[in-house]
Design a protein around this ligand. Structure first.
Ligand SMILES: [Zn+2]
Ligand SMILES: [Zn+2]
Length: 230
């Protein structure tokens, strides 16, 4: 392209973009179709994932099923990176929310029960693993932690005495941040009901929706003030 002015170069570049667009897009009966760059099929535009960094059409050049295949292939060739990314996503608020929805769906349609029936060994293994991960807290520390919270559930304030009357057991310890430390810096006393309903939810997503939510107490857990009592 020697001898062309900048203006002419720009004009040609725009034309090339337009030609490419016309080759891969067509409208039939007011319905828009797009050519997949991988499987070479003409498909409806909602069969393509959105791509924010594409400022022309806002879609990926390949269809959803090709995108899924591509992701699978990548995951097989990059096992370690894939595992790290999955873990990171599962711990994010968005990932947790989606996992919770998926879990509820599977509980309702019974596929969880079916899975449990066919994977008894696997489940035993995970339960053992979870037991080993439990709290690195001595009896003395546990007592100090409870006394700091006036022997009541840190979330709903149910007292240990009342808890014992209902559940015939002492208060549990709950990980404020489920993915963080097993020591007192990250544990508060919790009643059976709060402990199980919080589960692996982040403090933010779980506590905010509770009737007993108090902002000053939220700050209290999330600012790491628990470290004081160590
Ligand atoms: Zn395709
Ligand atoms: Zn509680």
């Amino acid at each position: 392209m020697i001898g062309l002015t900048q203006e002419e170069k720009d004009r040609r570049a725009i034309q090339r973009k337009k030609d490419k667009y016309n080759k891969t897009h067509k409208t039939i009966n007011e319905v828009e179709y797009k050519l997949c760059s991988i499987c070479n099929d003409w498909q409806l535009t909602d069969m393509y994932y959105k791509n924010k960094s594409n400022n022309v059409v806002g879609l990926y050049p390949y269809c959803k099923s090709c995108a899924i295949n591509k992701a699978h292939k990548w995951a097989i060739n990059n096992r370690e990176s894939s595992r790290i990314m999955k873990e990171k996503y599962a711990k994010s608020d968005k990932g947790r929310e989606r996992n919770n929805i998926a879990w509820k769906k599977r509980t309702q349609n019974g596929s969880i029960k079916e899975y449990q029936r066919f994977n008894k060994e696997k489940i035993k293994f995970y339960q053992l693993k979870r037991k080993k991960k439990k709290h690195k807290i001595s009896e003395v520390e546990r007592d100090r932690c409870k006394s700091y919270f006036y022997y009541s559930c840190a979330y709903c304030r149910l007292s240990e005495i009342d808890h014992f009357k209902v559940n015939n057991q002492k208060l549990h310890l709950n990980h404020v941040d489920p993915s963080s430390a097993n020591d007192l810096s990250n544990n508060v006393p919790a009643c059976k009901s709060c402990n199980s309903s919080k589960g692996t939810n982040s403090l933010y997503s779980w506590y905010l929706n509770k009737s007993f939510y108090r902002l000053e107490r939220y700050d209290y857990y999330s600012n790491g003030l628990m470290k004081i009592i160590k």
